[in-house]
Design a protein around this ligand. Structure first.
Ligand code: PMP
Length: 274
C-alpha cells in the first residue's frame, strides 16, 4: 500500500510531497508534533491529543489553527484504508528565507503521515537507565529529540529497546514513554513537571487506576525506588502499557507476573481496544 501524507492540507503520496530546505523544521527543529492512534478506524482520544498540541503550539508561540490540524488529521484517516495504526502530525514555524534565530509571523507548515500498526505485539522490554540530558521544557512535544535519540541508540548497542531517564537521580520518563512502577502494592509514577511529557497514555492509565480503586501516588522518585520496585511499566500511544523485564545496568527485583499490571493492562485493552 503506497504511503499517503498531508502537507498544508493537501493529501498526496508521500513521495510527491516537497518541503523547502529553508523550513524552520529542517533548519532549527522549530516544530512540535503529535502521534495519535486509531483502532478499527476510530481515533483514540483525539481531543486530548489536540489539547496537548495546542499547549505545545502556545508554549512555542507557533501560530496555527487547531481546527485546521484537526481536519487534516481526520482527512488522513478518511483517505487511507487502514483499520489500525497511527498518524504522525507536526507543525513547524514555516519557511524562513534567511535562517534567522529571530522569528517573524510566518505561515505555519503542517505535515502528517499515516502508518498501519498492530497494537498487540508488545513484548516485555529490556531497557537501560541513563542520565536525562534533554532541555528543560520536556512538557512541550518538540521534534528536537536529539537527547532522546543519542541515549536510545547507546541503549540499543546494549540490546535495549528503551531507556529510563533520571535527572540528578530523580526519575523522569522513558525515551518515548512514561514510567510507572509498583512497590509494596502501590503504583507510583513521576508527577507532571517541565521535565516530562504529559503522556496521553499515562493519563489514560491513571484514569484506569482510579476507576479500579488501586493505590497510587504521583511524586518525585529516585533510582533506589526503581531498585526496590516489584514491577515497572512504560506507557505510550504506540506501546500501550508494557512491562520492563530487565534494566541492563541496574539490579532490580522485577516480578513479571505482577497482578496490578495485569489488572491495568486488561482494563486498558477493554476500554480502548475492543
Ligand atoms: N514521553 C516521551 C518523551 C515520549 O516521546 C512519549 C511518546 N510520544 C511519551 C512520553 C508518551 O506519550 P503518549 O502516551 O502521549 O504517547
Amino acid at each position: 500500500m503506497p504511503k499517503i501524507a498531508s502537507y498544508n492540507g493537501k493529501v498526496d503520496l508521500i513521495e510527491n510531497i516537497k518541503i523547502s530546505p529553508m523550513s524552520r523544521a529542517f533548519l532549527f527543529s522549530d516544530s512540535v508534533y503529535e502521534v495519535i492512534s486509531f483502532y478499527k478506524n476510530k481515533f483514540i482520544d483525539l481531543e486530548t491529543h489536540l489539547d496537548r498540541l495546542n499547549h505545545s503550539l502556545n508554549e512555542t508561540k507557533i501560530s496555527c489553527s487547531i481546527e485546521d490540524c484537526k481536519s487534516e488529521i481526520e482527512k488522513l484517516l478518511n483517505e487511507s484504508n487502514f483499520e489500525d495504526g497511527y498518524i504522525y502530525y507536526q507543525v513547524s514555524r514555516g519557511v524562513d528565507s534567511i535562517r534567522s534565530h529571530f522569528f517573524d509571523e510566518n505561515d505555519c507548515e503542517r505535515f502528517g503521515f499515516i502508518e498501519e500498526f498492530s497494537f498487540f505485539n508488545q513484548l516485555p522490554l529490556k531497557v537501560m537507565l541513563v542520565e536525562d540530558i534533554r532541555w528543560q521544557r520536556c512538557d512541550i512535544k518538540s521534534t528536537s529529540l536529539l537527547g532522546n535519540v543519542l541515549q536510545m541508540n547507546d541503549a540499543k548497542s546494549a540490546g535495549c529497546k528503551e531507556i529510563i531517564m533520571h535527572k540528578n537521580d530523580e526519575l523522569t520518563e522513558g525515551g518515548a514513554s512514561n514510567i510507572f512502577f509498583v512497590k509494596d502494592k502501590t503504583i507510583f509514577t513521576p508527577k507532571l513537571s517541565s521535565n516530562i511529557l504529559p503522556g496521553i497514555t499515562r493519563h489514560q492509565v491513571l484514569k484506569i487506576i482510579k476507576d479500579q480503586k488501586l493505590d497510587f501516588e504521583e511524586g518525585s522518585y529516585g533510582i533506589d525506588d526503581l531498585k526496590e520496585a516489584s514491577s515497572i511499566w512504560l506507557t505510550s500511544t504506540t506501546k500501550g502499557i508494557v512491562c520492563v523485564e530487565e534494566i541492563v545496568n541496574l539490579e532490580t527485583k522485577i516480578n513479571s507476573e505482577c497482578q496490578l499490571f495485569k489488572i491495568c493492562k486488561n482494563a486498558f485493552i477493554k476500554k480502548y481496544f475492543s
